[in-house]
Structures are given as C-alpha cells and as structure tokens.
Design a protein around this ligand. Sequence first.
Ligand SMILES: NC(=O)c1ccc[n+]([C@@H]2O[C@H](COP(=O)([O-])OP(=O)(O)OC[C@H]3O[C@@H](n4cnc5c(N)ncnc54)[C@H](OP(=O)(O)O)[C@@H]3O)[C@@H](O)[C@H]2O)c1
Length: 248
Amino acid sequence: MSAPSRILVLGASSAMAQAYARRRAATGAAFLLVGLNAARLAAVAADLRACGAPSAEVATADLADPAGIGAHAAAFRARLGEPDEILIAYGELGDQAESERDLDAARRAFDVNFTSVALWTLALLKDRPPQAPLALVVIGSVAGDRGRASNFVYGAAKGGLDRFLEGLAQAYAATPVHIVTVKPGFVDSPMTDAIAKGPLFASPDAVGADIVRAVEKRRRVVYTPWFWWVIMTIIRHLPWFVFKRLKI
Ligand SMILES: NC(=O)c1ccc[n+]([C@@H]2O[C@H](COP(=O)([O-])OP(=O)(O)OC[C@H]3O[C@@H](n4cnc5c(N)ncnc54)[C@H](OP(=O)(O)O)[C@@H]3O)[C@@H](O)[C@H]2O)c1
C-alpha cells in the first residue's frame, strides 16, 4: 500500500495515537488532529512536524458529544481534504463501580466508547466518493471479547463496537474502504496510570508499530501485542462453570 497522504486522527493526544502518527509522519503524511485539549494537541502537532509531517493542524471538539458529530465531520473533511486514513483512538476506561451506582456515569461510558465512535464512522463514511481509498482504523479493546465482572460497562461498549465494525467491514468489503479493528491488551498509557504495571503491559510504541503493520497488510482485526489473541481465545472458550469462578 502506498503511504497515506492525509490522516484524520480523532483522539490525537492518546498515547497510542501519537505513537502511530509519528510513524506515519515519517512517511510524509499530513494530519488533522482532533481532541479535547488545545495545548496537548499543539504539542502533538509540533512533534509530528519534527518527525516529517508536512502539515499537522489541530481542532478541538468533545468527540463523545453526539450532537456535534455531523457538522464536525463535514468541517474536518473540508479542512483536511478527503482523508485516506482515519484513526479513531479516543476512549475512557471509566469506573465500573461508579457506572453501576450512577446511570449518568454508565451512559457516559457507553457514549464515549461506543455510541459516538459508531456515529463518527457513519458520518465520516457518508457521501465519500465511492472510488476513494480509505483505511479506517478504530481502537477497540480485548475487554470487548467477553463480559467480565470487573469492567463489563467498558467491555460492553467495546464489544458493541467490535460487532458494529464487523458488520460495517462486511458492508464495505467490495469497496476501497478497509476497516481495521485494533484490540490492545494492557498498554502503559495515561489511561492505565492508576493500575499497577506487570509483564503483560505493552508500550504505546509497540502498539503503534502493530497498527502500521495491520494497515499495510490489510488486516481486519489485530490483537496487540499478538499474544492477546491466544489469551482471549482461551478466555472466550472457557466454559461458564469455570468462567463464573474467576476473579477477572
Ligand atoms: N491503555 C490501555 O491499556 C488500553 C487497552 C485497550 C484499549 N485501549 C483503548 O485504546 C484507546 C487509546 O487509549 P490510550 O491507552 O492511548 O489512552 P490515553 O493516552 O489516555 O488516550 C485516551 C484519549 O482519549 C481522549 N478522549 C477521551 N474522551 C474524549 C472526548 N470526549 N473527546 C475527545 N477526546 C477524548 C483523551 O483526551 P484528553 O487526554 O484530552 O482527555 C486522550 O487523548 C482508547 O480507545 C482505549 O479505550 C486502551
């Protein structure tokens, strides 16, 4: 695949998004970086220009707010030109106990991690020129592979996203739109600051490298690092009488 020239990144200050974008910047890609915090986005843009990006512009938006998605999507496409790559990286781990106590917190977790992401993909795919190639890369999570007591609100949102992208990918299979679902395991990023790190944690840079490979090889789904495919295959297939006893 030839190097993409225009990349739209939603959630551009995410550690994984930055690691991925640096590698793309080195191939000469131009960026529109979208996120919540203007100062953080400006720092990411400066870094990408230093890595080789001919341009890296920024736009602030609450990406989880469904009301703004249609208008923002049109404005971003007009500003960047039709992107040949879109990375949707934003997300929030949330607090499972709080989501069980407080319906607003649960709704927020679903909106950030599922509803808004699905709406962004629909808005960005709508009215595209049918022959225009696109890699649409969305960061999900291994947490979506099986509902677990410790994080089933976040897990359900990522699981719903997984099903949504699977159907979307089938719908676009005969077109130049390639959809990649990225399923990281534990990654040492700001999202996991509060979690004690262990040997299963990967660096954002390792994830960035895996995403580059997945896009280049036109993978449909990528577990990153790869061994999470093995772990999740086992977890998915555990019989209920075993699974229900696990503290995971
Ligand atoms: N870290 C892990 O272990 C792990 C594992 C599996 C999957 N994931 C997924 O990987 C993706 C990237 O996460 P990361 O690990 O790179 O974490 P991160 O560095 O904390 O990035 C999360 C990003 O999401 C942005 N964000 C959250 N809500 C937003 C909103 N409403 N509008 C705009 N931006 C918003 C944050 O912006 P601000 O910083 O400005 O708030 C931040 O840049 C997420 O989808 C996450 O669910 C992470």
